[in-house]
Design a protein around this ligand. Structure first.
Ligand code: ZN
Length: 321
């Protein structure tokens, strides 16, 4: 027989309400590690997130949020993967300035880059959140909710409580958005890392933020077009910027672009060679993996190289028609 308290607990457990109460103690999920804000130029800062796949220890945080100090307030590019990364950025912004966060740019629709919108919006209701129109459409669809679930599952529940906050302003290729005396030049390269990438040149600072079009020693899964990605790397390189910020890994000069371009060229070169010799996707995979052994230390190699070869095969095959 249940005591009154025991019965209540039983009912709570059976209905799932108890679990909801536990999840509601979300303060426990604040980002635990202190990730430094690194100064790139007079007004541009970056937090280099862990160059890893999503896991419980990194609490789902793995990208490179950028903070730009303008005359009117802080502008954020890619606020990370959760309510909690967004709030971490709010704290960093407050360490830089008494002014509010006035704008956010989401570089594409992958949840590790934009789910942090929630943490910014929670503290700055009036913030303008920019994205490419197709990224906004994707985030507003079931795809947005899928990202919450996927990242929560992969991080062992570390983003629980995070909600989809949809961008409220769209940008297109060629836009030059002036915020607090700083110019944010928008590039949309078409199909590259995804179908809805924007890349952002912070003109006065000579900084080019690539989103996931550029990765440093990182082989995350997604790739919409290798050829499109190579063309997009060229756009950044020719922009006149001298500091390049990748979506994952460390920022740097032209060498960061060269290294990633070399990986794509090596991968495509191997796949084209074996395709020309009549090998199937399945037959060529172990040979290509061996040929790309020098990239084994890159984050995500083990998990994703097979799929990346498969995507390259499909692109090479479709080019052959
Ligand atoms: Zn991505």
């Amino acid at each position: 027989m249940f005591t009154k308290t025991g019965l209540t607990t039983h009912i709570l457990l059976c209905t799932g309400i108890f679990a909801t109460v536990l999840v509601a103690k979300a303060g426990d999920l604040a980002i635990k590690k202190d990730y430094p804000l690194e100064k790139l130029t007079a007004h541009v800062y970056v937090i280099h997130g862990p160059n890893e796949e999503v896991n419980k220890t990194n609490q789902g945080f793995r990208n490179n949020p950028v903070l730009v100090e303008t005359r009117d307030g802080i502008v954020v590019i890619d606020p990370g993967s959760s309510l909690y990364t967004g709030e971490m950025i709010v704290n960093k912004a407050r360490s830089l300035s008494k002014k509010p966060i006035i704008a956010v740019f989401d570089t594409h629709d992958h949840g590790d880059h934009w789910l942090g919108n929630h943490g910014i919006k929670k503290h700055y209701e009036k913030v303008t959140i920019y994205a490419h129109e197709s990224a906004r459409t994707s985030i507003a669809s079931d795809e947005g909710k899928m990202w919450v679930k996927a990242l929560n599952d992969q991080s062992g529940g570390q983003i629980a409580g995070t909600k989809v906050v949809v961008p409220n302003e769209v940008v297109k290729d060629g836009d030059r958005i002036r915020l607090g005396g700083i110019t944010f030049r928008i590039y949309h390269p078409g199909k590259a890392h995804s179908v809805d990438d924007i890349m952002i040149e912070i003109e006065e600072e000579k900084v080019f933020v690539f989103g996931d079009v550029l990765r440093d020693k990182n082989l995350s899964l997604f790739m919409a077009s290798y050829k499109g990605n190579l063309a997009a790397l060229d756009i950044g390189e020719k922009s006149g910027a001298s500091i390049f910020v990748p979506g994952h890994g460390k920022s740097g000069g032209k060498a960061v672009i060269d290294e990633y371009r070399q990986f794509i060229n090596d991968l495509l070169g191997e796949v084209r060679k074996h395709f020309a010799a009549g090998l199937s996707d399945f037959e060529m995979t172990p040979k290509v993996v061996t040929a790309l052994a020098k990239y084994k230390g890159w984050s995500g190699f083990e998990e994703n190289i097979g799929k990346l070869i498969n995507l390259a095969y499909l692109e090479v095959e479709s080019d052959s028609f």
